[in-house]
Design a protein. Structure first.
Length: 412
């Protein structure tokens, strides 16, 4: 196809530039570091030269513009996750699952070098605002995308990380409290436990929920507890592993249970037992002495404490299903009782196993001022997590403090 060294306006073109009268487009041709010839097109000479300037700047800085224009986000993530050998087993499994579910089908198919800050911002906003995604879930996705793009920056494939600062900006816009797992109130917690204790169907769950509400263990840490992890004499729980869902093959859906270290280094810890928790373990031991102990073996580990109706280790779904059944029946019974007693009913909200950890932490924050103690018991890697829960918990104590001050004020 014929090209000209001048455009249709008589303007002289630079080296590498040409004009195609047939379609009125400008072309800039160049050879990359691999001696492969490439072309840039534009219908406007000024815009073409803007692209040339960016290309020249990238070449001077060692940025691989060719690769940035060919590799997809999915391909970059696959490279990142395959090289990330220091991730916890549970964390890596969760990263792959979250990426495959929310990013890979659509956003992940985009060309890496074409993704801009506003594109990432629009993607996050769509997930949180339109999709109703919880803030902690969006944070997990960001925790996958940020290091993926950062690897591309370090490999000189792109110049800047387009995810930097996006989640913080979106969080400020949609509200800081969106997606917070609110703890059960003292009244709700008491009602839940009293309903279970002595119930003809749910009484055997009392030890399970006493331990969860009395230790703040993560669900995987709880179902992974073994009798050898419990020191009843010293009243200490040794948290040194967790049971998590793992894939048989990389990339497959996580199906079977496997053993993993806790979520973070801070997760390896000891937790002192309250009297109620100690009694729950003793009661569970006596019960299993009659019905039989858990004989499940997972990756060489055995001696697991809690078991389902089949005598196998529990899973998070077992616990969440029990919570759902118990709260549904409780609310029905409470509605009838409240009507008979002519009072407002105390309903239980919809909640999950993780809310019990949040509830324990809230009760701890309401009664303990030393944040380092709280952080250590909870196994929080970041003190900010502890501080956020502490701030939320102490908010409810403000009125109580004002009421006390009001009583003192009367004496002035």
């Amino acid at each position: 196809m014929a090209v000209s060294r001048k455009d249709d306006k008589g303007r002289a073109l630079r080296k590498g530039e040409s004009f195609r009268p047939s379609d009125g487009r400008y072309v800039f041709s160049y050879t990359d570091a691999y001696h492969i010839r490439h072309f840039i097109y534009s219908s406007d000479l000024a815009k073409l030269r803007e692209k040339e300037d960016i290309l020249k700047r990238d070449q001077l800085d060692g940025i691989d513009s060719y690769l940035a224009g060919r590799i997809t986000l999915n391909e970059m993530f696959d490279r990142y996750i395959s090289l990330k050998t220091n991730l916890r087993r549970t964390t890596k499994t969760n990263y792959i699952y979250m990426y495959n579910k929310f990013v890979r089908p659509k956003f992940g198919t985009r060309i890496l070098g074409e993704i801009r800050y506003t594109d990432v911002r629009a993607f996050y906003k769509h997930l949180i605002v339109d999709g109703g995604m919880q803030a902690n879930t969006a944070s997990t996705i960001h925790g996958v995308l940020y290091p993926t793009f950062q690897m591309a920056v370090r490999d000189d494939i792109i110049r800047k990380n387009p995810t930097a600062g996006v989640l913080r900006e979106i969080g400020d816009e949609v509200g800081k409290n969106k997606g917070i797992r609110h703890a059960l109130t003292v009244e709700q917690q008491t009602a839940f436990m009293k309903f279970i204790k002595g119930h003809p169907v749910y009484d055997h769950w009392w030890t399970v929920f006493t331990v969860l509400l009395g230790t703040g263990l993560r669900c995987g840490e709880f179902i992974g507890l073994r009798w050898q992890d419990i020191d009843m004499e010293k009243r200490m729980i040794n948290v040194n592993h967790a049971l998590v869902r793992v894939s048989v093959k990389p990339g497959d859906r996580a199906r079977r249970l496997g053993v993993s270290l806790p979520k973070t280094e801070a997760g390896i810890r000891t937790i002192p037992m309250m009297e109620q928790v100690l009694e729950a373990f003793k009661e569970e031991y006596e019960r299993q002495s009659d019905i039989g102990f858990n004989k499940t073996v997972i990756e060489g580990m055995s001696g697991f404490i809690f078991q389902n109706s089949y005598g196998k280790v529990m899973c998070e779904q077992n616990i969440n299903s029990a919570i759902s059944r118990i709260t549904e029946e409780y609310n029905h019974v409470e509605n009838v009782r409240a009507a008979k007693e002519k009072r407002e009913p105390v309903y239980l909200p919809h909640f999950s196993c993780h809310h019990l950890r949040h509830t324990f932490c809230t009760r701890l924050c309401e009664n303990e001022q030393n944040l380092k103690v709280i952080q250590s018991i909870m196994g929080h890697a970041n003190i900010k997590t502890t501080m956020d829960i502490y701030a939320e918990a102490t908010d409810s104590k403000k009125q109580e403090s004002i009421d006390k001050l009001s009583d003192i004020w009367k004496d002035f």
